[in-house]
Design a protein around this ligand. Structure first.
Ligand code: DX5
Ligand code: ZN
Length: 217
């Protein structure tokens, strides 16, 4: 079980402090939400921000691209220091090519699906990915409510993984709190992104502990 705090809910004026804070609390990844104002109605970080935070932490940077034409930026994010790069199947006509480009940079390749997108749409790239991200909210903003219907897609992905011997981790992102994390775990997820639950708290360390207990217990 892995915890990946999303710095979308961190203090952007104190990213180093907020990354060190969660690293000391014992998390597994740092989740970086890249938004372009086209694929999603919000704008966040580019490759230069990844480059700036790279020396601040030893943790892998779990980079979630919510951008159109991700192929145009994969090399830049890989060279900036991303360890995992996730591309949305909805954002490109050439998901196979995009994932291949990530692997060619020796970066872990992740495919991402929105709440309204079926597992069938990524069926033919499952054998090549290191991680599948099931969005449990519509991407763009932190602090939204978990969408129940996504649970059955986690189950489907766990089943396909079992049946075919695939190697991917199953990550969930959006509305994750201990209660929803536990249900996602029961459905088959093993990587949990949480933004507002962790960074919105007075004591992020305690919240990280509660999340861990929910998924490890
Ligand atoms: C949403 C982002 C998430 C976001 C999750 O578009 O992909 O990573 O930070 O935020 P919470 O945990 O607050 O729902
Ligand atoms: Zn995300």
């Amino acid at each position: 079980m892995k915890i990946s705090p999303s710095i979308l809910s961190a203090d952007f004026a104190n990213l180093q402090r907020d990354i060190e804070l969660v690293e000391k609390s014992g998390v597994d990844y740092i989740h970086v939400d890249v938004m372009d104002g086209h694929f999603v109605p919000n704008i966040t970080f580019g490759p230069d921000v990844i480059k700036a935070i790279r020396p601040v932490t030893k943790l892998p940077l779990d980079t979630h691209l919510m951008i159109d034409n991700p192929e145009s930026y994969i090399d830049a994010f890989a060279e900036a220091g991303a360890d995992i790069i996730g591309v949305h199947v909805e954002a490109t006509a050439h998901i196979h090519r995009a994932l291949q480009m990530i692997k060619n940079k020796n970066v872990q390749a992740e495919v991402v699906i929105n709440p309204g997108t079926p597992v069938e749409s990524i069926r033919h790239v499952l054998s090549m990915v290191d991680q599948v991200l099931v969005m449990t909210v519509n991407p763009g903003f932190g602090g939204q409510f978990f969408i129940e219907e996504t649970l059955s897609k986690i189950q489907q992905l766990a089943k396909l993984k079992d049946e075919h011997g695939y190697n991917y981790d199953i990550e969930v992102d959006g509305g994750i709190v201990p209660e929803t994390a536990k249900r996602c775990k029961e459905a088959g997820a093993n990587v949990f992104v949480a933004g507002s639950y962790i960074y919105g708290a007075e004591q992020p360390k305690e919240k990280i502990q509660l999340l861990k207990e929910a998924v490890e217990g």
